[in-house]
Design a protein around this ligand. Structure first.
Ligand SMILES: [Zn+2]
Length: 323
């Protein structure tokens, strides 16, 4: 048998379930999960009026060991792999051709269209696999395959480089990685979070709310209307506001006149290109980026769910299903 954590009813905490070890078909692999990142996007399931399906296993990013393959994937049993949420895309549309397959209309995402990775065993496809080495420590690498990837592409999407000043609003699992990626790229960082404990993850550049016209670009790392409005005020003329956190329940309105006449670009960030993920992994191997993690056992997710949902931790939650 194999344990997993799943949402079974809307607006209720997830529960620990036992199920048969899943089997993999052609083009699929069975992975024994060693570490799974968990965060706001996963907790958001509980807010939905209806689950995409039930039971619904969350978990968008993980590291594990290949335990079996159905053939046609090109990865050997025993290999350590990273698991990203991109289970399948059409592969033939213009977006897929430009490396933007994450926005393909036929994308299939783990933790949405398919089960997520918050389980002892998961079945996935070659598309979601990123080969790692046995030196790549599971807890440190698990936050890279959705959160870290998004953080990296968000900094890229600002179009800013060395010497530019970047605002970061929200210093949680995503935001603290944006801060590190930005510093590694030579940007000056001004970070803001309503929670002083989280702000400490941003180091010396912690500030109060970003002042008007104070930064060249802003990455919004919390799904909040107020944060987006603060970002639009804080960015200078010709700058970019990158929306890196999302939620089905958040809306925002900005002044059309100010946005157009000040030349402000709004850009989305969700995962990134394959080459960006490779660059990020290299930065972590070189020690230039180190995710701050809060460890948790699989069985603790249901019992501590409400505390976790309310942000009772700093950095990225990483669950060890084997613990
Ligand atoms: Zn496509």
């Amino acid at each position: 048998m194999s344990s997993c954590v799943a949402f079974t009813h809307p607006r209720e905490a997830p529960v620990l379930l036992e199920r048969e070890v899943p089997t993999c078909g052609p083009g699929e692999v069975l992975v024994r999960v060693e570490a799974c990142g968990l965060g706001a996007a996963d907790f958001g399931f509980f807010q939905l009026d209806g689950l995409p399906r039930a039971p619904m296993i969350p978990g968008l990013e993980a590291v594990g060991l290949v335990e079996a393959t159905g053939g046609g994937v090109g990865v050997a049993v025993g290999t350590r792999v990273g698991l990203a949420p991109l289970a399948a895309t059409c592969g033939g549309c213009g977006l897929c051709g430009r490396g933007l397959e994450r926005w393909c209309s036929r994308v299939e995402l783990h933790a949405w269209h398919r089960d997520g990775f918050l389980a002892q065993h998961v079945v996935t496809t070659g598309s979601a696999l990123v080969p790692l080495t046995m030196e790549d420590e599971p807890t440190r690498f698990a936050p890279l395959f959705a959160t870290g990837w998004t953080a990296f592409s968000a900094v890229r999407a600002t179009g800013m480089g060395r010497g530019h000043r970047l605002g970061v609003i929200g210093v949680g699992g995503l935001g603290h990685l944006v801060v590190q990626v930005a510093r590694a790229a030579g940007l000056e960082v001004r970070a803001h979070d309503v929670d002083p404990a989280r702000l400490s993850l941003a180091g010396a550049s912690a500030t109060g709310p970003l002042e008007q016209d104070s930064v060249d670009a802003v990455v919004v790392c919390t799904p909040s209307t107020q944060a987006i409005q603060q970002a639009a005020r804080a960015v200078r003329r010709g700058g970019t506001v990158v929306l890196a956190a999302t939620s089905p329940s958040v809306r925002f309105d900005l002044s059309l006149f100010d946005t157009v006449m000040r030349g402000v670009t709004l850009a989305p960030a969700f995962l990134g290109t394959r080459s960006e993920l490779g660059e990020l992994i290299n930065l972590v191997r070189e020690g230039l980026i180190t995710p701050h993690t809060h460890a948790l056992a699989l069985a603790e997710v249901p019992t501590k769910f409400w505390m976790l949902r309310d942000g009772g931790f700093t950095g990225r939650l990483v669950v060890s299903p084997t613990a």
